[in-house]
Write a protein that binds this ligand. Structure first.
Ligand SMILES: [Zn+2]
Length: 374
């Protein structure tokens, strides 16, 4: 999200789940404030080990609540046929990166509501457990964490329901505007404006608080700044996406594609192709057929001493199905193929014949131009 490294957690339901590095800071802050302040105040007279265990356990349960919130969004997206590229948890929650826009306003509405509804259900369930434990006469240390989880999940739902895009509430607003105007771009514009306005309001509340001598609302400033920035960039992303959707691959592809013969050595490839060449990925040709793609990463994975004796065919990726598109496909439709884990190039194939290639550098160039115009 902020260019920090993220940690991969696995693939529940086939959805790649990642944690942004900023989240570890939040986990640490939540766990330490629970350990040193919340639990010692609400459950007095326990030992330090008990407080650390309560703090860490509750912080991890909060983290699990966040994961469930995001998975709910992703599952509704998947049910509507929208592929999820990845889910990243960061500062105030998570972001589900989708390959496409929701199918329509109805789908977007359900998709947006799934997260807050899940948080409210978790909060409600935690409250019921708290009540049951309390009624059964359990010790405070047993039911206080559930009370906290109930509260934090309700707060999470309420924060995410603020009507500023790209928060869940902003998505609900966008769905409504989309349904009224029939125009996704216009709907995004107004939902983002609402987010920016809301951000400024939150900052204003914090400033008034400080002027009146209280720092209780200082978190509003952080959330407000966060929301304003996120809203502004979300609308710009939307503009760029719309621009890219209007550009066909044939317009930006290199043609004829520069091909690397299968028997070429890596040393020859490095000198003749990567050095001074514009691209970092080339299709590999054997007997007139493209058999794979070779990228600068493949070459760098081999020790330099072995470059003269290793051929291009030895290291090329053969997974071609995921990197082929027709010339009429839009740049926007192939963005998912340029994921960090992907091959970094799209072969443009017209009626079974290779007519050109689009590489990561082509995509970056088009995105830069679209951003400048947006
Ligand atoms: Zn959400």
């Amino acid at each position: 999200m902020f260019g920090l490294p993220s940690v991969k957690l696995g693939r529940p339901f086939g959805i790649p789940l990642e944690i942004d590095a900023s989240w570890f800071l939040i986990l640490f802050l939540v766990a330490s404030s629970l350990t040193t302040s919340y639990f010692p105040q609400t459950v007095p007279d326990l030992g330090p080990v008990a407080y650390v265990a309560l703090g860490l356990g509750t912080a991890l349960a909060f983290f699990a609540s966040l994961v469930l919130h995001e998975l709910a969004h992703s599952l509704v997206a998947l049910a509507g046929g929208v592929k999820i590229t990845r889910v990243t948890l960061f500062l105030f929650g998570g972001v589900s990166q989708m390959e496409d826009e929701p199918r329509g306003p109805g789908h977007e509405f359900l998709l947006a509501m799934a997260g807050p509804v899940t948080s409210l259900l978790i909060g409600g369930a935690a409250w019921l457990v708290r009540q049951a434990l309390y009624a059964a006469g359990a010790v405070e240390a047993a039911w206080v964490p559930f009370e906290y989880l109930a509260l934090i999940n309700v707060m999470l739902a309420l924060f995410n329901l603020l009507p500023g895009f790209p928060l869940d509430g902003g998505r609900v607003l966008r769905a409504v505007l989309w349904a009224i105007t029939g125009n996704l771009l216009k709907a995004t514009k107004w939902a983002s404006r609402a987010g920016q306005t809301l951000g400024v309001l939150l900052i204003t509340v914090a400033v008034f608080g400080v002027l009146n001598g209280t720092f209780d609302f200082i978190w509003f400033a952080v959330m407000g700044w966060f929301l304003s920035t996120l809203s502004a960039s979300a609308y710009q992303n939307q503009l760029v996406r719309a621009a890219l959707a209007a550009i066909p691959l044939r317009q930006i592809m290199s043609t004829p594609a520069i091909l690397a013969p299968a028997e070429l050595s890596l040393a020859e490839l490095a000198d003749g192709y990567f050095l001074g060449g514009r691209h970092k990925t080339y299709p590999v040709l054997r007997d007139g057929h493209v058999i794979g793609l070779v990228s600068i990463d493949h070459v760098n994975a081999v020790a330099r001493g072995d470059w003269p004796s290793t051929t291009v065919a030895d290291v090329a990726s053969r997974d071609l199905e995921k990197s082929v598109a027709p010339p009429d496909a839009s740049v926007e439709s192939v963005l998912g193929m340029f994921d960090a884990s992907g091959p970094g190039a799209v072969l443009v194939v017209d009626e079974g014949r290779l007519s050109g290639i689009v590489t990561r550098s082509d995509i970056i160039r088009v995105i830069r131009e679209s951003v400048r115009r947006a």
